[in-house]
Design a binder for this molecule. Structure first.
Ligand code: ASP
Length: 321
């Protein structure tokens, strides 16, 4: 008997770098980073591991890659600090855990997983979250580890635009935001989602986006699907993007593809919600819609081939490495 299939999808954020500014080296490094994340989660799923373990492994790989806005390479607040959010959710019973406004744990998603597994709460913030991480042996790094020159420069550019009163019209999605995430359907038919982010460049200190808000940027329920969002977080929260996806499938009978497209194009886009999402349903279908120029994304199934894409036109190339 052949083992039932699995599905893993990852994203490295919507709001991709302008194609004209993308160098071949950076393009290759970005795609390689996505493929590494698919490999990290795919090996867990191929061995019969859980969707929860797989999404945590995939997100750890993305957090370790400084090209993406999460963990190492997180963006800076207006005060020049890094404040990260991460969340994980198990579709079997909607168990979930998240951390917000933290800097220190090397892999914020591991901190979120510890909250899910070892606390009676679902979301811990700031100093309390860090104390919890220390108690549970989560590895820490110093500030220098997380610092990247490109994110620091993005902050300086955004602050300069603000001083000139032009920040409102900042069309550079890559400068403004980014996030990483993974969703999986394991060989046992369960789904899970994990998301991790530095948030939005020059965000106010203490600002919390959609990533650790369950039902907004992260959601999982075996009854429908698992989703991880990326984009303008405030709008994902106001339109409850993750729960909207679930509700469209559960109550309106929409397929995963219809529901995901509906959330991104009908709920988010008309309301200034630029971005996208990745989702898998309990049958193993995947959807990766977005309403902006691109989204770093990839899918892996039981053949273990990493299929990655960046720009909209890449859709045709989605099945190539
Ligand atoms: N959704 C993230 C946030 O608002 C940013 C992003 O995905 O681009 O924190």
């Amino acid at each position: 008997m052949t083992a039932p299939d699995f599905t893993l999808a990852v994203h490295g954020g919507a709001g991709t770098i302008d194609r004209k500014l993308m160098t071949p080296e950076r393009d290759a490094a970005t795609r390689a980073g996505l493929a590494r994340a698919l490999d990290a989660g795919g090996v867990v799923l191929a061995d019969g591991g859980s969707a929860v373990e797989a999404v945590a492994a995939a997100v750890c790989a993305l957090e370790d890659e400084p090209l993406f806005n999460a963990g190492r390479g997180a963006v800076f607040t207006s005060a020049g600090r890094q404040e990260m959010d991460a969340a994980i959710m198990d579709g079997r019973d909607r168990a979930c855990g998240g951390v917000t406004a933290i800097c220190g744990p090397r892999n914020p998603v591991r901190a979120a997983l510890a909250v899910m597994r070892h606390s009676s709460h679902v979301l811990l913030a700031g100093e309390g979250a860090l104390a919890f991480c220390r108690e549970h042996g989560i590895p820490f790094e110093d500030e220098a580890y997380f610092h990247t020159e490109s994110r620091w420069q993005a902050l300086q550019d955004t602050l300069a635009l603000r001083r000139e009163g032009r920040a409102e019209n900042d069309a550079d999605e890559a400068r403004r935001h980014g996030t990483v995430g993974a969703v999986a359907r394991d060989r046992h038919g369960h789904v899970a989602a994990a998301t991790s982010t530095g948030g939005m460049t020059a965000k106010a200190p203490g600002r919390v986006g959609d990533t650790p808000v369950f039902g907004a940027g992260t959601f999982a329920d075996d009854a429908t699907c698992a989703m991880s969002g990326t984009g303008h977080g405030e709008i994902f929260v106001r339109w409850c993007a993750g729960h909207e996806l679930h509700a469209r499938m559960l109550y309106a009978g929409q397929s995963l593809a219809e529901a995901a497209e509906g959330v991104v194009m009908e709920a988010l886009l008309p309301n200034d919600g630029s971005g996208g999402l990745i989702a898998v349903d309990a049958a193993g279908n995947a959807a990766l819609p977005f309403n902006c120029s691109g989204m770093y994304r990839g899918v892996m199934r039981a053949d273990r081939i990493a299929r990655v894409a960046v720009y909209r036109e890449d859709l045709a190339a989605e099945h190539r490495r």
